[in-house]
Design a protein around this ligand. Structure first.
Ligand code: PRP
Ligand code: URA
Length: 211
């Protein structure tokens, strides 16, 4: 497994805007979408291409297109949903599967409450979306699930991770075909297992608090 920190200046600029507590919800959503596309550009760099004959207004030629089957995009609800438009824009027409995972506020253990995706992912490359890797528990559950359904490659796209979360994901996925793309590995976790400096609760900032 490999970890790639996406250090493009535009990503770092937008990430700072995203972190600010005064950033209003509409702008926050827009930034998450934009960041997903920019991180997604890195994460899709190695996608295989196939040749295709086309006719231009001038002549026949051979172009390329993304090989089929296209990758499957899997947002982790809720916050990963905010990253979906940015990835759909990159891979138009890709299948989308949904995983609902929530972590317990006290124990920080993840629970899966929704699985709405193909039973058979044999041979597929999946792009998992979740802006935050805090303890790493939610991401590990999601990665395990995709491999259990037959996926052969998993690329994860996140915006902020903690060093602890990255370590946990690394040790859990040793030897697997997993690539973790993230815009920043922050200082650490606070006593509530929130990332610092982080950006707060991504799901709440995108969609509102759940009581
Ligand atoms: C957040 C976040 C990740 C998870 C990260 O989701 O979007 O899924 O926490 O924490 P972990 O690395 O310690 O598992 P949350 O459980 O708050 O659910 P929500 O997106 O529905 O708000
Ligand atoms: N979930 C979030 O949304 N933010 C954190 O910092 C940790 C978990």
């Amino acid at each position: 497994m490999q970890v790639i920190v996406t250090e493009h200046p535009l990503i770092q600029h937008k990430l700072t805007l995203l972190r600010e507590d005064q950033t209003p919800r509409a702008r926050f959503r827009q930034l998450v979408e934009e960041l997903s596309s920019l991180i997604g550009m890195e994460a899709t760099k190695q996608l295989p291409l196939s040749q295709r004959s086309i006719t231009t207004p001038q002549e026949q030629t051979v172009g390329v297109e993304l090989s089929h089957p296209l990758p499957v995009i899997v947002p982790i609800l809720r916050a990963g949903l905010g990253m979906l438009p940015g990835m759909e824009w990159l891979i138009a027409g890709a299948e989308v599967g949904f995983l609902g995972i929530v972590r317990d506020e006290k124990t920080h253990q993840p629970t899966t409450y929704a699985k709405r995706l193909s039973e058979d992912l044999t041979g597929r490359h999946c792009f998992l979306l979740d802006p935050m890797i805090a303890t790493g528990g939610s991401l590990n559950v999601a990665i395990d699930f995709l491999f259990e359904r037959g996926a052969t490659q998993v690329s994860t796209l996140s915006i902020i991770a903690s060093p602890e979360g990255i370590q946990t994901v690394k040790s859990h996925n040793e030897g697997r075909n997993v690539s973790v793309y993230v815009a920043s590995i922050d200082r650490g976790l606070d006593s509530n297992a929130y990332i610092v400096p982080g950006l707060g609760d991504a799901g709440d900032r995108l969609y509102g608090a759940v009581d």
